[in-house]
Design a protein around this ligand. Structure first.
Ligand code: XMP
Length: 322
């Protein structure tokens, strides 16, 4: 196994992060010289920190590709463009592949099948973009130490560990010996926004696993809006849970509007606390916040006529619904 060097002390302070950054900048420059480096930038903590590090080290030699699979949360693609292209001047290629993903996922309700399709289409789209960029020898990845410890490598569905071999890249993995908390400290020292560096975990297949059952554009859009409301309202609390989001099952129930009956979807609120995501306790959402969320979702999100709260613990209920 690729082991963390004993000389690498735990990074807990800005000073230690700056030392790490200086060292990595030097090593990256030595490794890639004047060559181009490609990076799949999801906007998650790990790939964002790697992007910021590489921009510091080699600036425009880094080519970031942000694939929008249409399963991202509200505001995420915009934040990637804002932070990396506008603020850091990154060489960023934005690929909106949301229609392709929707098409491939049409009618597929089995969760594992959905994950496989999302992973495969992601790799196809990324590989196609990679081939368009000439003379790229290196691929940067946001592998972190727990990925190595779990010995599964990177998660195939959202990182590019499964890229076809013929692309023949040499890897650049500057944070591969760091734990998540250290990656966050480094991200802050690099000047990335706090809400990006400290964001809650989000599955690679994104809203795909929270739009339960076969995904449709309408239900996905409703989920994205309802999820943004849940995040905004729970995010206002002083004592925030570890993870909080919204789920929409493929389930309709009766509602009344203007004296007429209509069928609408149910939105489900989930908020949990955990140390390691292996077990989790439902977080006690204050009633005021629950009512506020309910009122806002019913008023602001078309297609939803019922709001529920999933207050189950893990076990037996997994954090995600799929
Ligand atoms: P479960 O649902 O297994 O989730 O209780 C445990 C934690 O893992 C996250 N999760 C994922 N993360 N890709 C990821 O990167 C995935 O496919 C995935 N599925 C679940 C989940 O959000 C929770 O924090």
């Amino acid at each position: 196994m690729d082991k963390r060097p004993a000389s690498l002390k735990r990074i807990t302070t800005k000073k230690a992060a700056e030392k790490f950054i200086d060292q990595q900048v030097k090593e990256i420059r030595e490794q890639v010289k004047d060559q181009k480096v490609l990076l799949a930038l999801s906007g998650g903590v790990d790939s964002s920190v790697v992007a910021a590090l590489l921009i510091k080290a080699i600036d425009k030699q880094l080519v970031c590709v942000h694939v929008n699979h249409g399963l991202l949360r509200k505001g995420e693609p915009e934040q990637v463009i804002e932070v990396f292209e506008k603020n850091l001047g990154a060489n960023l290629k934005y690929v909106d592949a949301s229609n392709k993903f929707l098409k491939e996922l049409k009618g597929v309700s089995d969760p594992e099948e959905k994950r496989k399709i999302i992973g495969k289409v992601f790799i196809d789209v990324f590989a196609k973009e990679a081939k368009k960029i000439k003379n790229v020898k290196f691929l940067a990845q946001g592998t972190i130490y727990p990925d190595i410890l779990e010995s599964k490598g990177v998660k195939a569905h959202h990182n590019v560990g499964g890229l076809p071999k013929e692309l023949n890249f040499e890897l650049v993995e500057p944070v591969k010996y760091l734990y998540k908390d250290e990656v966050r400290v480094v991200g802050e020292a690099l000047g990335l926004p706090k809400d990006m560096v400290y964001r809650q975990p989000f599955p690679g297949p994104g809203l795909g696993v929270r739009c339960v059952g076969a995904i449709t554009k309408d239900r996905l859009n409703a989920l994205r809006e309802a999820d943004a409301i849940v995040r905004e309202e729970i995010g206002k609390l002083k004592d925030k849970p570890w993870q909080y989001f919204c789920v929409i099952p493929d389930l309709k129930s009766t509602g009344i509007k203007d004296g007429k009956r209509y069928m609408g979807w149910a939105a489900i609120i989930r908020a949990i606390n955990t140390k390691d995501a292996v077990t989790a306790k439902s977080y006690e959402i204050p009633y005021k916040t629950l009512y506020k969320i309910r009122d806002r979702i019913i008023k602001e999100v078309p297609g939803i006529n019922r709001v529920l709260w999933d207050y189950s613990d893990k076990p037996v209920s997994t954090i995600e619904w799929e």
